[in-house]
Design a protein around this ligand. Structure first.
Ligand code: ADP
Ligand code: MG
Length: 143
């Protein structure tokens, strides 16, 4: 799926729509440069999942978790930002394997840093800045 957006609000809408297709165990890997709109996209995902807490960039912690309900079942939404790490070596011992589980929905910024340890079944989202306010978003289901 491809989309072009002209504002952060439109990017959030695309993410909200994707959120409606997510199920327990979904993993969303975000790719794109600094300032592309990955965190904005996460905000839209969270909104689409019914999470009301404000999502900000987890700059000093690499992960934040938010409880939410999926069809009345309690799940956890994990927002992971790998910006400050170097490569998979840094992340191998952080227990990510346990997070990729059926009682969670996980979204990762800078997912390319741990490409080797990402679950094969996942949704890849590429965000490209095509102008000051314009973004090209492509969403691909992998497995
Ligand atoms: P990243 O997490 O990829 O580093 P952020 O989501 O933190 O990027 O920041 C994206 C920046 O780009 C924000 O300041 C946002 O307001 C701005 N922006 C401008 N146009 C768009 C758009 N169409 N979609 C998303 N963000 C946009
Ligand atoms: Mg970010």
């Amino acid at each position: 799926m491809e989309a072009k957006t002209n504002s952060p609000k439109e990017t959030k809408k695309v993410a909200e729509k994707l959120a409606k297709t997510l199920v327990p165990g979904s993993v969303i890997a975000l790719f794109g440069d600094l300032g592309a709109g990955k965190t904005v996209f996460v905000q839209g995902l969270a909104k689409g999942l019914g999470i009301r807490r404000k999502i900000t960039s987890p700059t000093f912690v690499f992960m934040r978790s938010y409880p939410f309900l999926f069809q009345k079942k309690p799940l956890t939404f994990y927002h992971i930002d790998l910006y400050r790490g170097q490569d998979s070596g840094d992340f191998k011992n952080l227990g990510l394997d346990e997070i990729f589980a059926e009682d969670a929905v996980v979204v990762l910024e800078w997912a390319d840093k741990i490409k080797e340890i990402l679950p094969k079944k996942r949704i890849d989202v590429f965000i490209n800045a095509t102008g000051d306010k314009t973004r090209k978003i492509s969403i691909k289901n992998r497995k």
